[in-house]
Each structure stands twice: as C-alpha cells, then as structure tokens.
Design a protein around this ligand. Structure first.
Ligand code: DAH
Length: 339
C-alpha cells in the first residue's frame, strides 16, 4: 500500500508540474484529494490492513495528503505570479514613444479683441450689458432722435420685421434701454451683433458687431469722453499712440466727433493700411443729446453724459491689416490659426 501511495505521489507531482492554469489545478485536486479521488480511494482500503500496519500507513497517507495540498497551493501561487507578470508586461507603457497630438481650437480673433476691450472697460468700472437683437423701431431710431423721415435712416439699410419691429442696425438702442432702467450714475459698454441689409463684399456684411459705450452722471463733460477713449486707445494700440477728435454729426449726440488714431504702421506718413491718409478712423462718439436723455426720463438740466460706438470687425481688420471682412465668418483654420 505504501508503494501505491508512493507511486501516486510521483504521478501527482509530475502532473502538477505540467499544469499551466488554475482550472487544471482544481482538476488535479479533485482527481487526487476529492471525495472520489485516488488518495481517498486508497485510504478506504485501510480497513484491510493489520493493526500494526494501519497507523504507519495512516500517518504516511496523511503526510502525503498534506504534502499534495501544499504543493497544489505552491503551484497555484506560482501560476498566479506568472499571470501577473505576463499582464504587467502586456500593459507596459513605453514613455519614450512620441505622444499623439490633439488639435486644439482657440478663440476667434473677434472674441480675442472683444475680451481685451471688455477688460479695459471693466478696469475703469464699467458694467457690461446686453440688449435684444430683434428690436423696436422706437429704441433703434425714434428714442435716439432719429424720427421716421430722418436721412440717417437711409444710411442704415434696415431689415424690418413689421413696421414697428426690426433687426437692430446698431447697439445704440441699448443706451436707451439702460437709461430707462437705471438711474445715473451709469457706466456701461454693450457689445453685440447688429444687422444691415448690405450685400456681402470685402467691407460689408449683413451681420457685424459693434461695441456701444455710455456714461451718464452729474457734471460729465467732453473732457471725460476724451480721457476715457484715450485710455482705451493707449491700451489697444500702445502708450505712444496719437489720437485725433474730428467734428462729425450723429443725431443722438451733440456735439459729435469721430476719433482717428495716427496710423500705427506708418506713423502718419501715409501707407497702404491707412490708404495714404496717415490716420485711421476707429469710432464715433459725442455728448448724449439732451433730447435722448429726456426721452429716457433723465433730466438734461441735472445730468449729462457721453456715448460712443465702434465696429469690432473694423478694429480687428485695422490692427492686423486684414483686407477682407468675409474671412471672419468663413472659419478657415488657416486664417484663424494666425491669432
Ligand atoms: N450707432 C452709430 C453707428 O452705428 C455709432 C455711434 C456713434 C454710436 C456715436 C454712439 C455715438 O453711441 O455716440 O454708426
């Protein structure tokens, strides 16, 4: 019987070595140590042994069971380790491999410029407000001192929705809405989309962007207007930029002016950028017309104010010598990536 057990041990150990996975190990355990396993079967024959043999063989058999159990466990641990090593090898990352580049988008040049302008005004204590793009004729024209037959209406080819409702042609109606809602002091800018029924070409688009500005308080003068706009322009075009106020006419401001900066490309000599003029016009402005103040319920005897309006596309075109407005809306990455 001892020999039987000895040969069982040899076979079991051999098979154990040849087993490469956990399922195989479990199979072996059942085959030798299970209820109907070979070792169990041999032990069942113990009854036929003599009194003296039984304890000796019994001890031997128990030792063999313990040995096989240990060997099964050791082999299981070995297999587990090998599996882990293999998995780690498969998951190994080569940190010296070149990375995959992701194409990153970035801000549109109009947004970049607008953000810069907003920051300058927020620094001067201005609020940023917005108004509707579908607007009443009243706010877009009437309240701004542009009555029905006024020639200024002809220069702003308007998309009418009904006789009273239109797509705003300028951001100036936000001045009126702000003054109706808010008592002075008022300090705000209002950027946004405006619409004019123009055919598309290099300098015209039915949709473009303006930035409106409005300050109303007691004792506001043209000097405040100049100081504010000069601050803006120095931030935008550099400390040494030269500014010029040129008399002009707008129905909603009196007096009114257009503001030019000396061409930052030729410094006034005249070049392609400024079309030989030496100066570049960048915005319209003026002191808020007393009629506009009283239209909004603000007493022009007590308060005064200034306003200004500028076209965002034009500012950016001038800054970067862009000669075609359509580039802003085509979203060609070869153009956009340059900013
Ligand atoms: N709204 C004018 C336009 O679209 C621009 C403008 C000029 C706005 C003078 C103003 C201003 O507030 O004071 O042409």
């Amino acid at each position: 019987m001892k020999e039987q057990l000895e040969s069982l041990r040899k076979r079991a150990e051999e098979e154990l070595k040849g087993t490469m996975d956990r399922q195989g190990l479990e199979g072996l355990r059942i085959k030798y140590l299970g209820k109907r396993g070979e070792l169990t079967a041999i032990l069942k024959q113990m009854r036929s042994l003599s009194e003296q043999e039984r304890p000796v063989v019994g001890q031997f058999a128990n030792e063999l069971r313990a040995l096989l159990e240990r060997e099964l466990a050791d082999r299981a641990a070995e297999l587990h380790e090998a599996e882990t090593a293999l998995r780690l090898k498969r998951e190994e990352i080569d940190v010296t491999m070149p990375g995959k580049r992701h194409a990153l988008g970035h801000r549109h040049p109009l947004s970049l410029e607008l953000n810069e302008i907003k920051e300058i005004f927020v620094g001067m204590g201005f609020d940023i407000v917005s108004g509707p793009e579908v607007e009443y004729d009243y706010y877009n024209f009437e309240a701004l001192n542009i009555p029905k037959d006024h020639p200024a209406r002809d220069t702003q080819d308007t998309f009418y929705i009904t006789d009273k409702i239109l797509l705003r042609t300028q951001t100036s109606p936000v001045q009126v809405r702000t003054m109706e809602k808010q008592k002075p002091p008022i300090r705000m800018i209002s950027p946004g989309r405006v619409y004019r029924s123009d055919a598309v070409d290099a300098t015209h688009s039915p949709l473009f962007h303006q930035i409106e500005g409005l300050v109303v308080d007691r004792g506001i003068t043209f000097a405040n207007l100049k100081g504010t706009l000069e601050t803006l322009i120095r931030h935008m075009y550099g400390e040494d930029s030269v500014v010029r106020f040129r008399p002009h006419h707008f129905p909603f401001t009196e007096p009114s002016a257009e503001v030019d900066v000396q061409c930052f490309s030729c410094h006034g000599e005249g070049c392609r950028l400024c079309k030989g003029e030496g100066w570049i016009e960048i915005l319209g402005c003026g002191m808020v017309h007393p009629k506009v103040l009283s239209n909004c319920g603000i007493d022009p005897e007590e308060y005064s104010g200034f306003a200004f309006g500028m076209g965002l596309e034009r500012l950016v075109m001038r800054k970067y010598s862009i000669d075609d407005l359509r580039l802003f809306y085509e979203n060609d990455v070869r153009f956009l990536n340059q900013f």
